[in-house]
Design a protein around this ligand. Structure first.
Ligand code: SF4
Ligand code: SF4
Length: 490
């Protein structure tokens, strides 16, 4: 059982024979309790004490509510709970749904945080058509009935011949299979042309770019050769938005928060509203690539990030409630879907085990295969710990059986992390072995952990705001919203 909070007035006694398995923490004046199917409840100290002791009045409303949610041991619908657990963990039963093809390591930008350690080199850093065919062999041999191929880089548009080739080849292969394949492109848009856009839209390739805020901030973070990366993004954003107005494949943008973004939450959100974005995805820096090297200049503490995040979300919520904008924030949406619904968004980095090798695979430009995009990012710094194999020697079945996958899957099970096993947020969270390896040179999570501190802060905030009926209603609409982000994994 977790440790009792220090502030409690009288000791709470647990009767494990009468209480369903739960995790808890003090939340304001109440206790927040959660269980493994993701149910939650806020309880007064009195009710919590009775639940713990197994002395709740069976006729009380609390008993009925907590029984229905699986917190009361003498009223367990095991078959129903098992069904719900299965539904919430559906991702464990299908295989890799996300296949990331790194078409080149070249890029024409010098973003201050480039996690992918992109380079300015020549064609030797591009994926060849031969390797691209092997990527498709692996994708089509993998068992998931519905998959996404995400084109990444560097800047993938710089290797246009192979991007075009893969899109056409995938379309050919789809004629002889029931598999569903979605395509998405993560691009800085600088090498977009009208002809390329025609081709991409004709083949239903979803387009995702990066937008870090208004021009001064964006251009400071995302430095383009010749300058003006913000103007270029906005030029194409408008065109793509217009061209996709009647489809679900509208453009999406990702936002990376640097030290320069702190204090600019309002400007950033306003910029997203101004360009008519349907969502905003606030993402913290990861200790990979250029971000790791420049941490002193662009990084921050977890506390600073949480302060930024909560102010930004306060503002987004306010705009929505006052009907001044309709904007979903994606980190919140991922958690809220887990908290408020019986489904899971299958966000690779927030599941147990994480998606490494069993939910996603990243194919580097040279044919080496990694458990995930972040794993190949570490490889770009010279660490091959997350390499599953090489397409020159191995096919999908060999890659899936790689010892690397077994190690990373085991290391990302939250039940066996010391902190997570008793954490009230465990049903909604996940650990990242790549992050841990980069931070602590160990696959397992150490304490303190920047990522854990941030997610704790995010969930503290979300649960606190869930107590407000109007905000809860808005959150329910976010949780049920089908808005996704192409390139959500970069
Ligand atoms: S190792 Fe980390 S980045 Fe890779 S899938 Fe797992 S959580 Fe995501
Ligand atoms: S990573 Fe941190 S917040 Fe998430 S479950 Fe583990 S201890 Fe809790």
């Amino acid at each position: 059982m977790p440790k009792m909070p220090r502030k409690q007035k009288k000791e709470i006694e647990f009767n494990p024979q009468r209480t369903g398995f739960l995790r808890f923490k003090r939340s304001g004046d109440e206790y927040l309790v959660t269980n493994d199917i993701g149910e939650y409840a806020f309880l007064t100290e009195k009710v919590f004490s009775k639940l713990a002791a197994g002395t709740l009045d069976k006729k009380s409303a609390e008993y009925k509510d907590l029984s229905r949610k699986g917190f009361v041991r003498d009223y367990m619908d095991f078959a129903g709970l098992a069904d719900r657990w299965h539904e919430k963990n559906h991702f464990l039963f299908s295989g890799p749904a996300l296949h990331i093809a790194v078409l080149t390591r070249r890029c024409n930008h010098d973003c201050v945080y480039c996690h992918a350690s992109s380079k300015k080199g020549g064609r030797g850093l591009d994926m060849t058509k031969e390797t691209a065919l092997k990527v498709l062999d692996s994708v089509f041999a993998s068992p998931a009935p519905s998959v996404t191929i995400e084109f990444q880089g560097g800047e993938p548009l710089l290797n246009w011949p192979v991007l075009e080739f893969m899109v056409k080849e995938a379309a050919e292969r789809l004629k002889t299979t029931d598999k569903k394949v979605g395509l998405s492109l993560v691009t800085n848009l600088s090498a977009m042309t009208a002809e390329r856009l025609d081709f991409l839209l004709k083949h239903n390739v979803a387009i995702c770019t990066s937008l870090d805020g208004p021009a001064d901030l964006h251009n400071k973070n995302r430095v383009a050769t010749g300058g003006g990366s913000h103007a270029e993004v906005l030029k194409w954003w408008k065109i793509i938005k217009k061209r996709t107005a009647r489809s679900k494949n509208g453009p999406d943008a990702l936002l990376t928060v640097t030290k320069q973004s702190l204090g600019r939450h309002k400007d950033i959100v306003d910029e997203y509203v101004r360009i008519g974005a349907r969502s905003i995805f606030l993402r913290f820096l990861n200790p990979f690539g250029a971000a790791k090297k420049a941490w002193g200049r662009i990084g921050y503490t977890a506390r600073e990030y949480i302060e930024f995040y909560t102010k930004a979300l306060d503002y987004v919520i306010d705009l929505n409630l006052k009907k001044k904008a309709s904007l979903v924030e994606h980190t919140a949406r991922i958690f809220l879907r887990k908290i408020l619904t019986d489904t899971d968004p299958n966000f690779m980095d927030l599941r147990s085990p994480c998606g490494a090798g069993i939910g996603q695979i990243a194919y580097d430009y040279d044919g080496r295969v990694f458990t995930c995009d972040e794993g190949r990012m570490l490889a770009a710094e010279g660490t091959d710990a997350f390499c599953m194999g090489d397409l020159k020697k191995e096919a999908y079945a060999d890659l899936a059986a790689s010892p690397t996958v077994k190690c990373v899957v085991t290391a990302s099970v939250t039940d066996i992390q010391t902190l997570c096993s008793s954490c009230v947020y465990k049903p909604y969270c996940g650990v990242c072995p790549v992050f841990n390896y980069s931070e602590h040179n160990d696959l397992y999570m150490h304490h303190p952990n920047f990522r854990c501190e941030i997610y704790t802060g995010v969930m503290d905030y979300l649960f606190a705001r869930l107590r407000e009926p109007k905000v809860k209603k808005l959150f329910e609409s976010w949780a049920g919203s089908s808005a996704g982000v192409a390139g959500i994994h970069v």
